[in-house]
Design a protein around this ligand. Structure first.
Ligand code: GDP
Ligand code: MN
Length: 383
């Protein structure tokens, strides 16, 4: 689950990371009131769950009250990468003297968190990662020790930060790592972590914030779970989540109904292997009862890109004939107009195939055969 910038910054602040004073606004009047409260100049920032808001016109500095209203109104009317801007964050503007990048994510190979830092912060960190990866310094964080001062200092040295800023950097890095661990995040990122001029000299401040929380850990964080923005996921994804189906929407035209995540992955691979493009990844999980299959089928068919549906089901504890009956019942309910190919295998396979064939499904002996048939049908529909 992704958190908005304002939510991420609130969390960072609780872990000792300095952030600007900010107020959320839903319209130009609220923006104006916020600016009056904070004092000019302010930055007006679209709160949408995508990166690159600055480049899309979603981040603007306002120097007068008139500007605040005009810019807030304009940003609130934007749709950025398909997401409508419903709220803006009004932040006290900072006097930026430099922009660093600081992030924590999981290094799966090392099985631990990894701290990433770069002196090339700002809006183009993806570009830096792609073209000059040596400018991003990475250190693994031991889960039992956390981030000791000396490691954080090493990072500060490696990115060429001036010595006077090391203590502040160590403080921020330790705070970010702790925020990441304590909230079961899969990403905690500050870009830019800015060097800003203040009355007391140059300080470090998180001017942007991004956190992704591991969905599987949300039961431990009810305070975070309620922060979910429904705009984060598509309607299909939301319906699937509510029905306990694992669903990921993709770009192709072959809808996949599969039981088990591993089998789902293999199915996507085999479709690609035969030159097809999956429209989604849908795992109906164990059991494959009729009601669940019907819900899954409805979700898959709601996508107009889907030209053919491929079932790839293993009937283990739930026998093939039961699964086949479930599929047939679901089809009677949903009445799809696209062709459907089914490969089911496991206990009582022959009986399962007979039931599927009687319902006009195209059956297949192997996943490869099913994929080839599905790809051919999809190509025919596209031609
Ligand atoms: P993103 O484009 O979605 O990553 O949004 P950011 O919050 O990172 O903002 C993009 C850029 O706007 C930053 O890299 C800064 O250069 C600039 N920016 C953000 N906050 C301020 C601020 O308080 N003052 C000034 N002058 N610029 C800011
Ligand atoms: Mn940013």
């Amino acid at each position: 689950m992704k958190l908005h910038e304002y939510q991420s910054k609130q969390i960072f602040a609780r872990f000792g990371v300095p952030v600007p004073r900010g107020i959320l606004a839903e319209n130009a009047t609220e923006a104006r009131n916020a600016a009056r409260e904070l004092g000019l100049p302010v930055v007006i920032k679209a709160q949408v769950l995508v990166g690159g808001r600055g480049k899309a016109g979603g981040v603007k500095v306002a120097h007068t009250m008139e500007e605040v209203e005009v810019l807030a109104e304009r940003i609130l009317s934007l749709t950025i990468k398909g997401l409508p801007v419903r709220r803006v964050l009004i932040d006290r503007a900072a006097d930026i003297r430099g922009e660093l990048y600081l992030g924590v994510t999981i290094d799966r190979a090392r099985r631990r968190a990894v701290l990433m830092a770069s002196s090339a912060g700002g809006v183009d960190i993806e570009e830096v990662a792609a073209t000059t990866p040596e400018r991003i310094v990475k250190v693994p964080v031991d889960p039992f020790i956390g981030l000791p001062d000396y490691l954080a200092r090493d990072v500060a040295v490696s990115i060429g930060l001036a010595r006077e800023h090391w203590p502040k950097f160590i403080h921020v890095a330790r705070g970010l790592v702790k925020a990441f661990v304590d909230n079961d995040a899969s990403l905690a990122e500050i870009n830019p972590l800015a060097l800003v001029a203040t009355d007391g000299g140059i300080g470090l401040m998180a001017l942007d914030g991004k956190m992704v929380i591991d969905d599987n850990a949300l039961f431990r964080h009810p305070d975070l779970a309620v922060m979910r923005d429904p705009d984060e996921e598509s309607e299909a994804e939301r319906k699937a989540r509510n029905a306990d189906l694992n669903f990921v929407s993709l770009d192709g035209n072959i809808g996949c109904l599969v039981n088990g995540a591993g089998l789902a992955m293999a199915t996507l691979d085999i479709i690609q292997h035969f030159g097809g493009k999956p429209a989604n990844f849908l795992d109906v999980a164990g059991g494959a009862r009729a009601d669940k299959v019907a819900t899954a089928l409805r979700i898959v068919l709601a996508d107009p890109k889907v030209k053919v549906v491929m079932f790839n089901i293993f009937g283990g504890i739930t026998r093939c004939d039961e699964v086949a009956r479930g599929i047939v019942q679901a089809i009677e309910e949903v009445r799809p107009t696209v062709p459907m190919v089914a490969r089911i295998t496991g206990t009582n396979k022959a009986e399962g195939d007979r039931i599927l064939a009687s319902a006009n499904l195209i059956t297949a002996e192997s996943a490869a055969e099913a994929a080839q048939k599905a790809v051919a049908l999809a190509n025919a529909a596209a031609a």
